[in-house]
Design a protein around this ligand. Structure first.
Ligand code: FES
Length: 58
């Protein structure tokens, strides 16, 4: 499931393979994948998407 302004929620448990080949094993029944790229735990969501974004300058 994709959320409007937050993570993608997928059924777990799941093994995620990152771009550098690292395998992350997630045991949770629902795993939140970061789509905003602001997570300190990327590719997992750490709720950083909830913080207010600075206004765009363009
Ligand atoms: S979607 Fe939650 S921190 Fe990026």
């Amino acid at each position: 499931m994709l959320t409007d302004d937050g993570p993608a929620l997928i059924d777990g448990p799941v093994d995620l393979v990152t771009a550098d080949g690292t395998i992350l094993h997630c045991d949770r029944f629902v795993v939140a994948l970061c789509l905003c790229r602001r997570s300190g735990s990327y590719p997992l969501c750490d709720t950083s998407h909830r913080r207010r974004r600075p206004p765009r300058s363009d």
